[in-house]
Design a protein around this ligand. Structure first.
Ligand code: ZN
Ligand code: ZN
Ligand code: ZN
Length: 394
């Protein structure tokens, strides 16, 4: 079967399977654009003709590819959130799913996502090759590097690695369909370099290096920056000059990737929880060792942070999540700083304070500490008043 037909069949299947609309490469339409090119024979004419055609073709393709990359990351994020969610969060999510056999459903959904990304990647490759053949140009090839620069090369997406790690994490369970998918994925964490290998449909083999370019060890608590490079959380934070408990996403816009030196790649960093889980189960000793080292470093950094804040009666610390806030509280106790009170505000509460008091505090999880021997600041009282009001009005 020709690829065009296989692809049409795939699109048809996709339409039935997904209620939500997802972007695809308009393979047929782009092919038709190229057909008209064949007739207009502008390869021999001046560069002007080429420009018109380039615009119609590449603008559309670029839009489709970035939509696909976005759609893929959202869908994988949604799927894996279900898997790594813990405690009450997981319970609530499951409740919402009406107790369907979620493992089986997740395996199936993941398989469809892999097919989605592979089919589209092949379609992109084929259409670019076709473009270059017709125009005897290099523009198709150049477009590939453009995709890389825009971080929309879908086969390099950290979410694809996460999906692979997800299957390897489920491995060992007795499920025929699961084994069929996960049998095509493997990881060798003791090799140099440590790798995860995905055999995708159509014999597409993808290999990902799991070395952190900063500490040169296997990544621990890994984050993928927008440029696609993987680092340990602590290494990424150190490179961006932020505290570990603040997380890589708190880095300034001018912070650069330690490997490719691209700026602005921290804000949308992806925390790779499945990959972390894979390392935790397959390299137990290494993981534990790195875990303890990170804890120690967090305690040290917390002390540094509070020392910096010591001149205030009430110190405030903005954090990415409630879990980080818990970590910082524990680390603060461990570091021996004398605190008389700790208050935790979530983003909704901070927003309420901003509205009620005309403040402009960052609306994120915030910890407030009052050190021993100081009075309550006026701001602190504001908050308390607000809490009381909140409780009264339910
Ligand atoms: Zn053309
Ligand atoms: Zn590292
Ligand atoms: Zn990079």
């Amino acid at each position: 079967m020709k690829f065009g037909e296989t692809y049409t069949e795939f699109l048809h299947k996709e339409k039935i399977r997904f209620s939500e609309n997802c972007s695809h490469v308009e393979y047929k339409r782009l092919k038709n654009v190229l057909k008209t090119c064949q007739n207009c024979s502008h390869e021999s004419s001046a560069a002007q003709g080429q420009e018109v055609c380039d615009q119609a073709f590449f603008t559309e393709l670029m839009k489709e590819v970035s939509d696909i990359a976005l759609c893929f990351s959202l869908r994988v994020r949604h799927l894996l959130h279900l898997h790594v969610a813990t405690g009450a969060q997981r319970y609530l999510l499951r409740l919402r799913q009406c107790f369907v056999n979620d493992q089986q459903a997740m395996v199936e959904k993941g398989r469809m996502l892999i097919e989605y990304v592979t089919m589209n990647a092949i379609a992109i490759r084929k259409i670019l090759e076709k473009y270059d053949k017709i125009h005897s140009s290099e523009n198709g090839k150049l477009f590939k590097s453009k995709m890389r620069a825009q971080h929309i090369e879908i086969l390099q997406s950290p979410w694809l690695i996460e999906l692979g790690a997800f299957y390897l994490n489920l491995d060992g369970l007795d499920d025929e369909e699961l084994n069929e998918v996960s049998g095509r994925f493997s990881c060798d964490l003791d090799a140099a370099p440590p790798t995860i290998t995905l055999m995708l449909p159509d014999n597409l083999k993808m290999e990902y290096d799991l070395t952190c370019a900063v500490c040169l060890e296997t990544v621990f608590n890994p984050y993928a920056l927008s440029c696609g490079h993987l680092f340990c959380k602590s290494c990424a934070c150190a490179a961006a000059s932020v505290f570990i408990f603040q997380g890589p996403k708190s880095a300034g816009l001018d912070a650069k990737c330690p490997l490719c030196r691209e700026a602005g790649v921290f804000a949308k960093a992806v925390h790779m929880l499945e990959l972390d889980l894979l390392l935790k189960t397959r390299c137990k000793d290494y993981w534990k060792e790195r875990y303890n080292a990170e804890r120690t470093e967090i305690v040290k950094q917390t002390k540094e942070f509070w020392d910096m804040q010591a001149k205030y009666a009430v110190a405030m610390c903005n954090l990415p999540s409630t879990k980080d806030a818990t970590d910082v509280s524990i680390a603060t106790m461990l570091s021996g700083i004398q605190v008389s009170r700790v208050e935790l505000l979530d983003e909704v509460q901070v927003r309420a304070i901003n509205i009620a008091n005309g403040k402009n505090l960052p609306e994120t999880t915030t910890l407030m500490f009052e050190s021993i021997g100081t009075g309550l600041g006026p701001f602190y009282l504001d908050c308390h008043l607000l809490f009381i009001l909140n409780f009264n009005f339910g």
